[in-house]
Design a protein around this ligand. Structure first.
Ligand code: NAG
Ligand code: NAG
Ligand code: NAG
Ligand code: NAG
Ligand code: NAG
Ligand code: NAG
Length: 390
């Protein structure tokens, strides 16, 4: 057990803001396969330029996943070298599936126009379109939309640089027992998933899985909070020969099992979302969310992989989320709107940790004490302004 696992973060010291310009040239953190989600469902969005110049760049955040092709965000990311994943909202799946022209226009307007200056990595088609609660609503359109976007990328000579992925929610493969060896794709997505995996495989694209550990924790009362926070000290979950001391690895191996059963045992895996809410439910607190983030990033930094894929961690993992989004759908609970982990005061703390213990780099960014988006974002705005003056 690494001794830094429970290292408390040093207290925030306002004067240290002055250090930011010097730290901006620091190399990317050790866990460079880590990125952040950046969504736009906010009534008081922070200006994109400030997000990029004030939050992402000073912290050497290597990659972001945009919920949609925001022109402000893409313009702000131009020339930065930050790797970018762009989301395609579920509502566009049907039009993009039914018309190659619509897909070509989408790629032209939202990708090609920026491609000389933005470092695109993936286009994420749909926003968890196979969620059980969506039923069959989006299923028929997902693979055709992905294929049309792929064709448009090829025509624009961008398909060698940019891969197409589809974010899949955990309920597509998770067995109620939560044992990885019991995982398999849900019967109602079996056919679509077969087509999707064939498409991904043909294009050497990874499988993107979305994890909502908090939702899982709420639903599975026999799995302890420690299991979700990477802090389980004893009684790991036994699954045949394998033992799991955290939900993250068990989730990855559940995906590996489902992929293997479907005939795609070698497919790479990307975690498109992993986070813990800071408000809106019992056990959704800044302190617990911070433990989660620190546990996750320390875990990823070890690159230990999982029992089924030793030494092969997910290709990339996107933390959820950069900013609170007060307009998010609250079907799963009010906590959906409170996932911010990045607040400037603690970023400074994080950077100090980074100097002491590189593994803590992005984890240290974890957290905020703010209760509302408005307050959080205006706090960041004030502090970002202070930073750019420093
Ligand atoms: C992307 O392109 C389409 C088609 O040109 C356009 O309708 C849409 O507004 C653009 N932006 C986003 C965020 O999808
Ligand atoms: C979980 O796995 C068990 C054993 O393989 C199976 O009987 C059960 O139907 C599965 N449950 C779900 C929800 O897939
Ligand atoms: C948790 O409880 C479920 C039934 O709700 C059971 O199927 C499963 O095996 C239990 N898991 C563990 C790790 O104890
Ligand atoms: C993948 O490639 C195989 C072989 O070329 C082809 O038969 C199959 O239709 C392709 N799958 C998809 C979804 O495009
Ligand atoms: C769909 O079900 C069949 C029959 O059980 C199985 O062979 C196949 O691997 C499943 N496909 C996926 C994608 O899970
Ligand atoms: C929230 O999601 C649920 C379930 O997917 C859906 O029925 C509902 O219309 C959504 N609400 C909003 C405001 O988008």
């Amino acid at each position: 057990m690494p001794s830094n696992r429970r290292r408390p973060l040093p207290p925030f010291a306002p004067g240290l803001l002055l250090l930011l310009p010097f730290l901006a040239v620091a190399p990317p953190p050790a866990a460079s396969a880590v990125g952040v989600n950046w969504g736009f469902a906010s009534s008081h969005p922070l200006p994109a330029a400030q997000v990029v110049q004030g939050l992402l760049l000073p912290n050497s955040v290597p990659r972001v996943r945009l919920a949609a092709a925001s022109s402000d965000a893409l313009s702000a990311l131009a020339g930065t070298g930050v790797a970018v994943t762009v989301g395609v909202p579920d509502a566009l799946l049907r039009p993009l599936a039914s018309s190659t022209k619509a897909a070509a226009a989408w790629v032209h307007d939202n990708i090609t126009r920026y491609a000389s200056s933005v470092r695109f990595e993936y286009i994420a088609v749909g926003d968890e379109p196979f969620l059980l609660s969506h039923g069959q609503h989006f299923q028929p359109f997902v693979v055709p939309a992905a294929a049309n976007i792929k064709k448009a990328l090829t025509a624009a000579k961008l398909s060698t640089k940019i891969k197409v992925v589809v974010p899949c929610s955990a309920d597509t493969y998770q067995n109620a027992s939560m044992l990885p060896s019991k995982a398999s794709f849900r019967p109602d997505v079996n056919k679509t998933m077969g087509e999707l995996l064939s498409f991904l495989s043909n294009n050497s694209s990874p499988f993107m899985v979305e994890l909502d550990p908090f939702l899982s924790f709420q639903r599975h009362k026999n799995l302890s909070l420690d299991y979700y926070l990477f802090q389980l000290m004893s009684h790991p979950v036994k699954d045949g020969q394998n033992k799991y001391d955290n939900y993250f690895d068990a989730s990855i191996d559940a995906v590996v099992t489902a992929l293997t059963n479907a005939g795609f045992s070698d497919m790479d895996i990307i975690v498109g979302r992993a986070g813990w809410p800071t408000d809106g439910a019992v056990n959704a607190t800044p302190a617990i969310a911070q433990s989660f983030m620190i546990g996750l990033v320390n875990h990823l930094a070890k690159k230990s992989g999982t029992p089924l894929r030793p030494k092969v961690p997910p290709v990339e993992t996107y933390l959820f989320s950069l900013l609170d989004e007060d307009q998010r759908n609250t079907t799963n609970g009010g906590y959906e709107r409170h996932h911010v982990f990045l607040q400037l005061a603690l970023m400074v703390t994080a950077l100090l940790c980074h100097l002491v213990a590189p593994a803590l780099a992005l984890a240290g960014l974890a957290m905020c004490h703010m209760r509302s988006t408005t307050t959080t974002n205006s706090m960041i705005r004030v502090k970002t302004a202070a930073t750019s003056m420093a």
